[in-house]
Design a protein around this ligand. Structure first.
Ligand SMILES: NC(=O)c1ccc[n+]([C@@H]2O[C@H](COP(=O)([O-])OP(=O)(O)OC[C@H]3O[C@@H](n4cnc5c(N)ncnc54)[C@H](OP(=O)(O)O)[C@@H]3O)[C@@H](O)[C@H]2O)c1
Length: 242
């Protein structure tokens, strides 16, 4: 039997990077389905909803992330879904990439994902519907996107982390998968020059910009209780790359 969205039982969801962009859309999507959402970002909350709690936290800061998941534990006692959406990007030729930019992308995108998975796993183990982790990679990885070496390398590390953590967490009934979006309208994609964006979309099988709904649908699929036999996978949107 296919469940309608209204018949989903309420779950506890933690999402990083909920102040804007895809993270905010995901938080609003899960709230609209009646779930409880805990969000974090460095800035203040931009969502007002009785079922939403925001913690100001930098995902690369271990103390902040411990505090974030302590808030989840004290309020909800367990966690069903973690979505590691927070990230930063930088489009620069290798010769123009400062060391600090490279380190900072690795800190947010890789160390942040690792810290959140580790802290969340302690609460996901207690989920009655099966724990779900969804990490964010990017088509920049299979595309080997020139001009984005630091970003693509950080997102390649997320794919590898996903594959290894899926093995380490399977015994706790936690699945770990990743999604690799194409460009989707957000402040991050707006930093890509329009010529580069056109060339990038031309290399996708389906030659259009991603919609927020494309991302929400894939996340819904991966976090469904029915997806309990799917783990360690990275699904790229837009099809194979030319
Ligand atoms: N949009 C695209 O075209 C696209 C394509 C492929 C993959 N992606 C991936 O999709 C995800 C979301 O991207 P987006 O386009 O929505 O990005 P965005 O519009 O730049 O939003 C990033 C979000 O993450 C938060 N954030 C950034 N650094 C953080 C940190 N260190 N600690 C905590 N929160 C932090 C930001 O809030 P604060 O500034 O308040 O911290 C913001 O809410 C990312 O993983 C990105 O790599 C996006």
């Amino acid at each position: 039997m296919i469940e309608s969205p209204q018949s989903e039982s309420p779950r506890v969801v933690a999402i990083t990077g909920t102040r804007k962009g895809i993270g905010k859309a995901l938080a609003e999507h899960f709230l609209a389905k009646g779930h409880t959402v805990f969000g974090c970002s460095r800035g203040d909350a931009s969502i007002a909803n009785a079922n939403y709690q925001h913690v100001c936290a930098d995902v690369a800061d271990e103390t902040h992330i411990k505090q974030f998941f302590k808030t989840v534990r004290q309020s909800a006692g367990h966690l069903d879904i973690l979505i590691n959406n927070a990230a930063s990007a930088s489009m620069n030729h290798l010769l123009l990439t400062p060391r600090q930019t490279f380190s900072s992308l690795l800190e947010t995108n890789v160390v942040g994902t690792f810290l959140c998975c580790r802290e969340a796993a302690k609460l996901l183990k207690k989920s009655k519907t099966g724990g779900r982790i969804v990490n964010f990679s990017s088509i920049a990885v299979p595309m080997r996107l020139e001009g984005a070496s630091a970003y693509a390398a950080s997102k390649a590390a997320v794919v590898n982390l996903t594959e290894i953590m899926s093995k380490e967490l399977a015994a706790y009934d936690i699945t770990v998968n990743a999604i690799g979006p194409t460009p989707v309208p957000s402040s991050m994609s707006r930093t890509v020059p329009s010529d580069t964006m056109k060339q990038l979309i031309e290399r996708q099988t389906i030659k259009r910009m991603g919609h927020m709904d494309d991302v929400l649908h894939l996340v819904d699929f991966l976090v469904s209780p029915k997806s309990s036999f799917i783990t360690g996978q990275t699904i790229y949107l837009g099809g194979a790359l030319q």
